[in-house]
Write a new protein. Structure first.
Lengths: 326, 552
């Protein structure tokens, strides 16, 4: 219990620090939201001085001292009121986030779980059969594929499967003429649109799980208790899973917790490449447009979920590994 | 174990495969925004004129900074300027007169109805202008910068300007008119998103979802016979792949290697890239040596502009001379006495002579050094992610390094760039000017000393901070000139000043990237028929959508 309580205390402290940094960081960026809006317009030609004035009036630059802004920021967090977005003015931030979140959570969440499960299983297999082709093939191809940046894999898939073969739609979360709703046509359309981005994330993240699991497991396989189990004539499957893998999975589990927490941050580059309307794309828009309210809400959501995931893993660890409880 | 894994993988592969097939069967071609087709309802037009980020938010408030661009098709202004030649095309106004330089009298069109059937009248016009006066945040075009009051008498609206200002008409008359009966009920028009817009324009809002929306033709539109497309389809995602693949009728996009991409994608695909503004290097005139005109002349002579234009925009645009005009759009205004029409050819010897006059010479090792022998170094700022500008700047960098300068390229994010430029914190910055359709506005925002504020304060135009009594006098005279001959005289004077003083160093023209297909519609704007620019924003699309005709 003391262990859990101290973890909760740490969680609250980190949350406060994150919230504060989250407030300060966007304000340290040079330029204002109005500057960003004007720069965007000026690409299409001259922006007249009047337009500049009107945009500044419309968006409203945050007023008051930094301390005053900070207090009202804390208050608005308490009330879950994140204000209006600058980029999509006058849309409320909460509305934008709730719209983007499901796409990201379903896409990135499913793929993260899938990559973890697949990668760990393949890693176990590779370690067990180390030195054979069943080890070298996944290990080599895994490290080869994960060395590619996300967007590069994404662009390759986009070009070959989307553009050349036209098997999958190339952008968006669902087709232009599909109406959202809980019906077969919409769901299958969403699935078709999710295949390429999902494949991109899967291909690039699988390697990490395989390598991590394989390497720790090879270490565990050298432990005395494994040799003992083998000498006792247990079935090789039992030795692999119950003895070696179960002990080797701890580091991968930590990574999985962090990855799950990061899911709500979306996959910025992948969402960019596929114009996928998730949180990552929203975050990108917020940053390039100096959209303080949107940035604050998104960073807050991301930090809180990473912290929460960390907390859960920490607590879980306490049960899985008695040594951490001391 | 491994067998098990392999089986899982195979099963998964099968499942994914089956899922894909099912999904594709179920959606058919609905996944793609299908090309326009002639159906019982008429012809629909597929346009890439509004880009979602990545999806659409439903905001048709024509005064909002983040409106859907087609709000300006649903709501019409009194007059739409054709910025190529500066003419004002009548829409809700039928004709305008300027009895003196500070008055504009407009006859408002009769027989026009709002899309909900209510009759349109001059009262709506008066209401709209009053709305912008009451809420300055809505006045994005700056109509009230020049206005003093607006009077209505019958179907005539009289605009009283705050000072004599002939070129103001183009700005004042280009305000989207909203209906009094609906907008007077809106409590906060600044945050109003106008989800179901009711305008007087050729199209009203049809279906809307976050990935695509349609505009449907307004049957009782006052010039309905000129509207060829019964429907305009606007997808949110218009990537280059989409544009090439999906059979668009009209797209606005910079397309690399356009002949082999867009033109090859369809038999009737054409493009028109007229200049829409001048891209220039802005020297910081508050800093030495950029405040030295000899130095600026040296910069100008050291550059091979055609090469820069080719590198930056793949040869789709031409190099810009020092006249400050947008050529060929404004060729009638060009001062015939300007040497070589303002065009500058690279002349390194002359450039080095000019630098020497400014105190910089080439030393034995080929470096450009000042009198103390220190290497001359300059930083050029451009916007992060605007790759065409960056390519241009990198070519400028190569050419300036060839004359011995040490050149650094700085690429801040757009907001940081804008702030630094507006506050005068740069050596040389990229910028664009011109293209407003009004000679006065083009030159005023470039050279008017009224915008030149001290470094550290935010300038809204004239970022280089140029100030010249001669230029101000010419601008003041051009502002009130009604007679074309007088306007030309002042215009010539400004071009001479541009060439002699070089407040900015023009590099090349920024293109307007219009891609058109004549499969379903013809009579698109082109070099031979420049009735509008290819721009998809502002009220320009009104000109195009009421001019194109159905192809047979």
């Amino acid at each position: 219990m003391r262990y859990v309580l101290s973890k909760i205390g740490l969680l609250l402290l980190t949350a406060w620090a994150a919230i504060t940094v989250n407030f300060l960081l966007p304000r340290m960026m040079p330029g204002s939201p109005a500057d960003a809006a004007i720069a965007k317009l000026s690409r299409n030609g001259t922006v007249s001085p009047a337009t500049r004035a009107a945009i500044e009036a419309q968006l409203g630059v945050p007023g008051g001292s930094l301390w005053h802004q900070y207090v009202s920021y804390l208050d608005s967090i308490r009330r879950f009121d994140f204000g209006l977005s600058y980029t999509f003015f006058p849309q409320p931030v909460s509305e934008l986030v709730t719209k983007a979140l499901p796409y990201t959570v379903i896409l990135v969440g499913t793929v993260t779980v899938l990559a973890f499960v697949l990668g760990t299983l393949i890693g176990i297999g590779a370690a067990w059969k180390r030195g054979t082709w069943m080890d070298s093939l996944p290990t080599l191809s895994g490290s080869f594929l994960s060395a590619f940046p996300y967007f590069w894999t994404g662009l390759l898939l986009l070009f070959f499967l989307g553009y050349q073969l036209r098997w999958f739609p190339t952008s968006g979360a669902y087709g232009a003429r599909t109406l959202p709703g809980w019906n077969g046509a919409f769901v299958s359309d969403v699935l078709a649109h999710a295949v390429l981005p999902a494949l991109t994330i899967l291909i690039t993240s699988l390697g990490g799980w395989i390598l991590g699991m394989r390497n720790t497991m090879i270490n565990t396989l050298g432990e005395d208790y494994v040799t003992f189990a083998e000498a006792n004539g247990l079935r090789s499957r039992t030795v692999a899973i119950r003895y070696a893998a179960r002990n080797a999975i701890l580091p991968n589990l930590t990574g999985f917790g962090l990855a799950l927490g990061g899911v709500v941050g979306g996959s910025l580059l992948v969402e960019q490449v596929f114009h996928y309307p998730g949180v990552g794309y929203l975050l990108y828009n917020a940053v390039v447009n100096q959209d303080y309210p949107l940035m604050q809400a998104l960073f807050l959501m991301i930090t809180i979920s990473v912290l929460a995931a960390n907390f859960v893993v920490d607590v879980l660890y306490g049960f899985l590994d008695p040594r951490t409880r001391r | 174990m491994t067998l098990h894994t392999r089986a899982t993988r195979r099963r998964l592969a099968l499942a994914v495969g089956a899922g894909m097939t099912l999904a594709l069967l179920a959606t058919g071609c609905a996944g793609q925004a299908g090309g326009s087709s002639t159906s019982a309802g008429g012809t629909s037009l597929l346009a890439a004129m509004d880009n979602g980020s990545p999806t659409f938010t439903r905001n048709f408030n024509p005064f909002s900074a983040s409106k859907r661009t087609t709000a300006n098709v649903i709501y019409e202004p009194l007059f739409v300027p054709n910025v190529l030649d500066g003419t004002l095309v009548p829409f809700l106004g039928t004709k305008y007169t300027q009895p003196d330089a500070s008055t504009i009298v407009v006859d408002v069109r009769t027989g026009v109805t709002w899309q909900d059937g209510t009759a349109f009248s001059a009262d709506d016009v008066a209401f709209t202008y009053q709305l912008l006066k009451d809420f300055p945040a809505l006045d994005t075009t700056g109509a009230w910068q020049d206005l003093a009051s607006v009077d209505v008498e019958g179907q005539t609206v009289t605009f009283h300007l705050s000072s004599a200002n002939v070129p103001a008409a183009a700005v004042v008359l280009n305000v989207p008119i909203v209906s009094k009966h609906l907008w007077s009920k809106v409590t906060d028009p600044v945050t109003y998103t106008d989800e179901n817009p009711v305008g007087t324009g050729p199209y009203k809002l049809g279906d809307f979802n976050e990935n695509q929306y349609t505009l449907t033709k307004y049957a009782d539109y006052w010039q309905a016979d000129k509207v060829a497309a019964s429907e305009v389809v606007l997808p949110a995602s218009n990537t280059q792949l989409d544009v090439v693949n999906n059979g668009y009728d009209w797209a606005y996009a910079y397309m690399s290697d356009v002949e082999n991409t867009w033109v090859k994608a369809g038999k009737a695909n054409t493009y028109w890239f007229p200049p829409g503004g001048t891209i220039a290097l802005l020297p910081n005139l508050t800093k030495a040596p950029y405040n030295n005109v000899d130095f600026r002349q040296g910069l100008s002579l050291a550059l091979d502009r055609t090469k820069i234009a080719d590198v930056a925009e793949e040869g789709y645009v031409k190099a810009a001379g020092t006249s400050g005009l947008l050529l060929p759009n404004q060729k009638d205004w060009l001062d015939p006495s300007l040497p070589n029409g303002g065009e500058v050819t690279q002349d390194t010897t002359a450039a080095l002579a000019a630098f020497a006059k400014a105190g910089y010479t080439k030393d034995a090792s080929g470096k450009l050094v000042d009198s103390s022998g220190a290497q001359f170094a300059v930083t050029i700022s451009t916007v992060n992610g605007w790759s065409d500008w960056l390519r241009g700047v990198q070519e400028v960098q190569r050419q300036l390094e060839a004359v011995g300068m040490a050149v650094t390229v700085d690429q801040p994010q757009q907001a940081a760039f804008e702030q630094a430029r507006a506050q005068g914190d740069f050596d040389l910055a990229m910028g664009s000017f011109g293209g407003t359709g009004s000679l006065y506005n083009d030159f005023n925002q470039l050279m008017g000393s009224e915008f030149s504020v001290p470094v550290g304060q935010t300038a809204s135009a004239n970022f280089e901070r140029y100030s010249s009594p001669a230029a101000d006098a010419a601008l003041a005279s051009l502002k009130v000139a009604v007679d074309p001959a007088a306007q030309k005289k002042d215009g010539y004077q400004l071009q001479q000043l541009m060439t002699k003083d070089l407040p900015v160093v023009p590099l090349f023209y920024g293109g307007l990237w219009g891609l058109f297909s004549s499969t379903h519609f013809t009579n698109w704007p082109s070099a031979d028929n420049p009735y509008a620019t290819p721009a998809t924003w502002g009220s320009n699309p009104l000109l195009i959508l009421t001019t194109i005709t159905a192809a047979h």
